[in-house]
Design a protein around this ligand. Structure first.
Ligand SMILES: Cc1cc2nc3c(=O)[nH]c(=O)nc-3n(C[C@H](O)[C@H](O)[C@H](O)COP(=O)(O)O)c2cc1C
Ligand code: SF4
Length: 441
């Protein structure tokens, strides 16, 4: 039997106006922060460490450990920066969470800042999502008016200012050091590490950069305790998380479940592959994570399980493609994205992604040869591990993995002198108007 869904972050999404302060307080909102403020900051860090919460931004680094890296009594200002840039293709969890539940993020920010002794926090949101910015700004305003932010948070001697910052819309600004440069008003490009942000981050001061979902998960952990959290998921990947299913499934959307659930089980909730079709390939965590196929349907979707099967859990953005999708075309589209978003700082990524696009374009039109496949892999080898930041590695992932599982499909393009598939059949309207949209809850 599939593990039950665990609506924690998504709890209340169907309530009336769940984004308001009153709506959040009806769901025990702001009770966890009161508990946390009665604890010593180090105890709060220990609690998050004990919970085993791992960062939900992609790499899965333990959140409590990251908080523990912030030096104490150093006389410097400390900062918390919430990474709400969310631009990885397929990734769409932080935005719905912030739209439905902005106060849970604000509550998480207060707890985190108290723990790391920061009196200034930023939520860095991509500027295009104006609706999210407005929703967050309204929540922050409500929190200030209620005395939850500003001077003397909840009547204590802890002061905290929270700013919602709009980025200008660049994928690279989700990389934590590029984000810090952007926040400082510079062009967003990754910084050389060390020093790490925990030592010299925003304005050269100790800074924690955490994903929206990581910070948003903290109030529930404080409210319900470590054992409750560890009762879900696996030993090394405990807890609940948001899985985003998109593409050729009957009911795309957010499914909050314990870590370690499988795609086969998630597909049961999502109504399966769109009617009349079968699974061809899928990404476990956005387009920068090597793709999987049908043979991986039972891989536990936690950090260890996905890693052992040759990919990465990433942002748990499960993009599902059925047999109508050309894998060469998909790899080309993703590579075009990475080439466009390459910040240009280092040669392997700047030049490499450009050439990957040129070769893939040729291949998709059936103008390549088998030798070109070697050239493509050679180029990938010259980017992976040689680029300045993880964008370069991510760019190669769809190409390397698609060649691993679908080399024959590449060859078929050369043999036929073109794509063997009709791209219009993979569209949402191919089987009739909105044939796989859920019409009722
Ligand atoms: C190109 C690139 C884009 C990224 N985009 C995001 C993003 O939009 N949101 C995010 O939280 N992390 C993103 N990351 C990961 C961050 O650098 C960082 O690891 C994360 O924010 C840490 O938060 P966590 O420990 O809570 O997971 C990105 C990394 C790279 C290399
Ligand atoms: S890998 Fe790409 S995105 Fe990262 S620093 Fe180099 S050019 Fe910029």
């Amino acid at each position: 039997m599939a593990p039950e869904l665990t609506p924690v972050l998504s709890r209340g999404w169907l309530d009336s106006e769940p984004w308001t302060l009153a709506g959040y307080q009806r769901r025990d909102g702001y009770t966890a922060v009161k508990q946390a403020l009665r604890m010593h900051p180090d105890e709060v860090i220990q609690l998050v460490k004990d919970s085993g919460l791992r960062g939900r931004g992609g790499a899965g680094f333990p959140t409590g450990m990251k908080w523990g890296f912030i030096p104490q009594n150093d006389g410097k200002p400390h900062y918390l920066v919430v990474n709400a840039d969310e631009s990885e293709p397929g990734t769409c969890k932080d935005i719905p969470f912030m739209m439905a539940n902005p106060h849970e993020l604000v509550e998480g920010v207060i707890i985190a800042c108290y723990a790391i002794r920061a009196s200034r926090a930023f939520i860095y949101v991509r500027g295009e999502v104006l609706h999210v910015l407005r929703r967050l700004q309204a929540a922050v305003r409500e929190a200030y008016e209620a005395g939850f932010l500003g001077k003397g948070v909840f009547g204590t001697d802890f002061d905290l200012d929270l700013t919602v910052h709009a980025g200008a819309g660049a994928y690279i600004c989700g990389e934590e050091t590029a984000l810090l440069d952007s926040l400082e008003g510079k062009r967003g490009q990754p910084r050389l590490r060390p020093p790490f942000p925990a030592v010299a981050g925003l304005y050269a001061s100790p800074t924690c950069v955490n994903n929206v979902e990581s910070i948003g998960s903290v109030p529930a952990i404080v409210r319900n305790g470590v054992d409750w959290f560890k009762g879900m998921g696996s030993e090394k990947s405990p807890g609940f998380t948001l899985y985003s299913l998109s593409g050729h499934v009957k009911y795309p959307g957010q499914y909050e479940a314990p870590l370690g659930i499988t795609l086969r089980e998630l597909l049961d909730y999502a109504g399966g592959i769109r009617p009349g079709h079968r699974l061809k390939f899928w990404t476990p965590g956005g387009s920068s994570t090597p793709m999987f196929t049908e043979e991986h349907l039972d891989v536990p979707l936690d950090y260890e399980g996905v890693g052992a099967a040759g990919s990465m859990l990433g942002t748990k953005a499960l993009q599902i493609f059925d047999e109508t999708t050309c894998v060469v075309r998909a790899a080309l589209r993703w590579t075009e994205f990475y080439a466009h978003e390459s910040c240009g700082k280092c040669t392997p990524c700047r030049e490499g992604t450009y050439w990957l696009v040129q070769i893939l374009k040729r291949m998709e039109k059936g103008e390549g040869t088998e030798d070109d496949l070697g050239k493509l892999l050679d180029l990938c080898d010259n980017i992976v591990g040689k680029a300045f930041c993880a964008l370069g590695d991510g760019a190669a992932a769809p190409i390397q993995s698609s060649l691993k599982y679908f080399r024959d499909e590449y060859l078929e393009h050369f043999e036929r002198g073109g794509c063997p598939l009709d791209p219009s059949l993979s569209t949402a309207w191919a089987d009739g108007p909105l044939s796989f949209a859920r019409t009722s809850a």
